[in-house]
Design a protein around this ligand. Structure first.
Ligand code: ASP
Length: 307
């Protein structure tokens, strides 16, 4: 039996300590703890890494403070457009959706794409039609309305700024999970509302296999940060490539991938798990909402970089 591990994130960026109240921090921690528990329960019951990352991400999508599912940021038009991806490192296989609206849990739709179609990425109206045909849960616009996101949007509109969700001192988002199950199989999932005030059907790194999400038989990776740079760095795959072609361990490979991102002038972080149940969570910004647990370590929740 392999050492089991689960890592989750709720977004990376400039999380100013000055803008964080004890109440808000407790709320974020509550959201992370619930997601960690949802994913860990699956692994402890001998469930698969794939089921575990889906359960963790669904929990994060349902939690209004994170920028995914319910708490998704607003586009320029005042709507919510979401991207999500799930990848099974065992097969390997992947499913993703981009530019979808009103889907309660985009990660579930991504999994449905993976398991029931010959495709990997469905977008927009077609993805919605596919969701409807499969009876996937949808919600009215009001469900996705959260006051902090609306204020963030108004602020970005007023200043004419297209704002990544990491821009301080706003709450942050994008959620993800990476897991290793008792059989040593790996999986990763990521889900996001993208960036506030985004236009023209902008899609970020999250649903792009190898950029924001990746899993194979070496590692499982979920990224968060300024998506365009993760696409340029093909960051999630980059971790696996460094392990495979340079013979690096997970921690060194993940750290080098973030160094590469920094060289590209990108900001953000990633969570990664390998088949030995090791966990790495490097980032190059002030903080990343994150949690991890393994069969040898208790659950940990953290927000800021270590002092
Ligand atoms: N990577 C996401 C995107 O660019 C945003 C984030 O991680 O907060 O869409």
């Amino acid at each position: 039996m392999s050492k089991m591990a689960l890592a989750i994130h709720g977004g990376a960026g400039t999380i100013l300590r000055s803008a964080m109240t004890p109440e808000l921090e407790a709320e974020y921690r509550r959201g992370l703890e619930a997601a960690l528990k949802a994913g860990w329960d699956v692994l402890q019951n001998r469930g698969s890494a794939l089921d575990s990352v889906e359960a963790a991400v669904v929990s994060l999508e349902d939690f209004p403070l994170f920028n995914a599912g319910r708490g998704s940021v607003f586009t320029h038009e005042g709507t919510n457009e979401m991207d999500a991806c799930i990848m099974d490192g065992r097969t390997p296989d992947a499913g993703a959706v981009a530019f979808v609206r009103s889907i309660k849990n985009p990660v579930r739709l991504a999994r449905l794409v993976m398991e029931t179609t010959d495709h990997i990425l469905l977008a927009g109206e077609g993805a919605k039609q596919f969701a409807d045909e499969n009876g996937l849960a949808t919600e009215p616009d009001e469900y996705f309305f959260t006051e902090h996101r609306w204020l963030q949007y108004q602020d970005a509109l007023a200043s004419g700024r297209i704002q990544l969700d990491h821009a301080a001192p706003k709450p942050m988002g994008t959620v993800g999970a990476a897991a290793c199950d008792a059989n040593g199989h790996l999986a990763a999932a990521t889900s996001t509302g993208g960036m506030t005030n985004k236009k023209f059907g902008r899609v970020g790194d999250t649903p792009i296999i190898g950029s924001g999400t990746y899993a194979d038989d070496l590692c499982a990776v979920s990224c968060t940060g300024h998506g365009e740079y993760f696409m340029l760095g093909v960051t999630a795959f980059d971790v696996s490539a460094r392990m495979k072609y340079k013979g690096l361990g997970l921690a060194d490979a993940a750290a080098q991938s973030i160094e590469h991102l920094t060289a590209l002038k990108g900001e953000g972080g990633l969570i990664a798990v390998d088949r030995e149940g090791n966990v790495a969570m490097p980032f190059n910004c002030e903080g990343m909402y994150r949690g991890w647990i393994t069969s040898e370590d208790d659950a940990h929740i953290d927000i800021y970089a270590p002092d």
